[in-house]
Design a protein around this ligand. Structure first.
Ligand code: GLU
Length: 424
């Protein structure tokens, strides 16, 4: 059996290496289904596309685009598209694989997929961004579709990007296909509550985990890394629950305030300047000191690989809520576990976004739209139920919440694989 793939060469801290080691840890709990486990260690389909666009100054620029469908046993591919200068095939493979686990963990009828373009979108004008998005959509159009694979927002993509994707796909197939992407603007078939759904899910799983370990969120100190859609929405809900946000780190800098930031002042500053740096209601701090900040709850909501061994030894939080995908390296996971820090893993913690994406897709198919209250109540119920199943599994096997989430999800994926059987 081939254990390694010839088309990538991931280093030790690569997200794909992290994902493979997470799979290794679940193998003892899969029973006879372990026969099918190799399927988890390779993407079903990986598409690499050239994305050429004419820049505003007349030059032609080429970008690398990817769409990976990791597993489609349980349904169409589902997962976001990110625009970032560090995007690579192996990163997108890992992100697609985590979508397979995440979607199965909350029992959505989806496989896992992810896309990305290796680009710094801040260097492009709006017109250039639109051209990039449209050409990319057209290139991956051969494998996406409402019943094939449904993209959504991720790092540096938003409702406007989804509107361009929806329009491009619809023009190419000659029919309005709202269900081809989720995270769309509301008047184009988007869902109420989608923008804040990932942050809401982080809060809901955090609230449940805090209750179980006897941590009172009222007055708890919270540190947040990444203050985009996920970090800011989650932080706001923690503030509403009485917590204090004592440290925030984003691409612009790190700010601290042991008394907690005033959100009514912070949010307009972030909207106006694009980041937390320079906010008068807190003090600037050196980037690395973020990991030493005294707090009860830590929310990594930025990129992969942020919590390494050194940082894991310094974190003071009792509870780590992974808003980002893949923020903790396996070695750091072990250190946190040994130190008694509870980690609610990405594959359940940030599943609120894709759960409301699923609601959006269902609403698009039925052309019947739900109220925001209905969305939030259903989201809460799904997240609480999924976390309970995972917690019971963790208790039964005596494993971490991450391994338990993988156990629940991989069993569902591999059961579908087995029942469908090998074709031909
Ligand atoms: N990008 C989000 C995630 O990583 C959402 C994906 C989706 O809604 O399909 O879960």
């Amino acid at each position: 059996m081939n254990e390694t793939l010839s088309y990538v060469n991931p280093g030790p801290d690569s997200p794909w290496t992290t994902y493979l080691s997470q799979v290794d840890r679940v193998l003892p709990y899969l029973g006879p289904l372990a026969r099918w486990a190799e399927t988890l260690r390779r993407p079903k389909r990986a598409l690499v596309v050239d994305v050429p666009i004419e820049l505003d100054d007349g030059r032609v620029a080429h970008f690398e685009g990817f769409r990976v469908q990791h597993n489609l046993s349980r349904g169409p591919g589902k997962g976001g598209v990110r625009y970032h200068p560090d995007v690579t095939l192996e990163e997108v493979m890992a992100l697609a694989a985590w979508m397979s686990i995440k979607n199965a963990a909350v029992n959505l009828p989806y496989g896992g997929a992810k896309g990305g373009i290796r680009v710094d979108p801040k260097q492009l004008s709006t017109k250039e961004l639109e051209k990039l998005t449209r050409r990319y959509t057209s290139e991956i159009g051969i494998i996406i579709g409402p019943m094939q694979d449904i993209p959504a927002p991720d790092v540096n993509t938003n409702a406007q990007v989804m509107a361009w994707m929806m329009d491009t796909y619809s023009m190419n197939v000659g029919a309005t296909a709202t269900g081809v992407v989720t995270g769309k603007p509301i008047h184009l078939g988007g869902s109420l509550g989608r923008v804040k759904a990932t942050g809401r899910g982080v809060f809901v799983t955090g609230r449940e985990a805090a209750r179980r370990i006897g941590l009172n969120l009222d007055g708890a100190r919270v540190a947040v890394q990444g203050f985009g859609n996920v970090g800011s929405s989650a932080a706001e809900l923690f503030v509403q629950a009485g917590s204090r946000i004592v440290a925030i780190q984003d691409h612009s800098g790190t700010i601290v305030n042991e008394h907690g930031f005033d959100f009514a002042e912070l949010m307009p500053h972030v909207r106006a300047t694009g980041g937390v740096a320079g906010f008068k209601g807190g003090d600037a701090a050196p980037a690395e000191s973020f990991w030493d900040v005294k707090c009860e709850v830590l929310i990594p909501a930025a990129l992969e690989g942020q919590i390494n061994a050194d940082r894991a030894n310094r974190i003071t939080a009792k509870l780590v809520l992974e808003g980002a995908n893949g923020p903790t390296l396996p070695v750091a996971d072990d250190i946190l576990g040994d130190r008694g820090v509870l980690v609610v893993p990405d594959v359940i913690c940030n599943a609120g976004g894709v759960t409301v994406s699923y609601f959006e897709w269902v609403q698009d198919f039925s052309s019947f739209f739900w109220t925001e209250d209905e969305i939030n109540v259903r989201l809460d119920k799904i997240m609480v139920g999924a976390l309970k199943t995972i917690w019971d599994t963790a208790d039964r096997h005596g494993v971490s919440l991450r391994t338990a989430t993988f156990a629940v999800a991989c069993e569902r994926i591999l059961m579908a694989r087995q029942e469908r059987g090998l074709y031909p």
